[in-house]
Design a protein around this ligand. Sequence first.
Ligand code: HEC
Length: 112
Amino acid sequence: MRISVVVIGLGVALFAGTALAAADLKAGEKAATVCAACHGIDGNRPLDASYPKLGGQYADYLVKALKDYRSGARVNVIMNGQAALLKDQDIDNVAAWFAAQNGQIRDLRDVK
Ligand code: HEC
């Protein structure tokens, strides 16, 4: 029982390592220059308080959000247009880059 848990854990760790290795941080940084106009240079200085901070967000959350915008499952006029320009690899790269920045994630509870 214990061995199988270790084996499964190892499999997950290896898989996660592979997923991360597939993202190209340099390409992600380049792609993020477009996003900086609204989300800030490192994803932490948004143009408007109602624009989400992306720095330090989980990469898989960012990937899901971007794919949902691209497919139309998540609707926002601005982001649907932005995500439409991104291929899967661009999404992985840019998500990995924002995830690697310092995090200042907060909710929008106090935004008027
Ligand atoms: C013209 C302004 C603008 C640009 C450029 C822009 N965004 Fe956004 N982004 C927004 C706004 C506004 C929202 C909030 C949309 C909503 O409420 O769903 C958002 C939301 C997001 C979210 C969802 C965050 C969350 O917490 O759920 C992600 C991820 C995201 N943007 C990534 C990007 C990436 C990556 C780029 C560059 C390729 C980019 N954005 C470019 C304005 C912009």
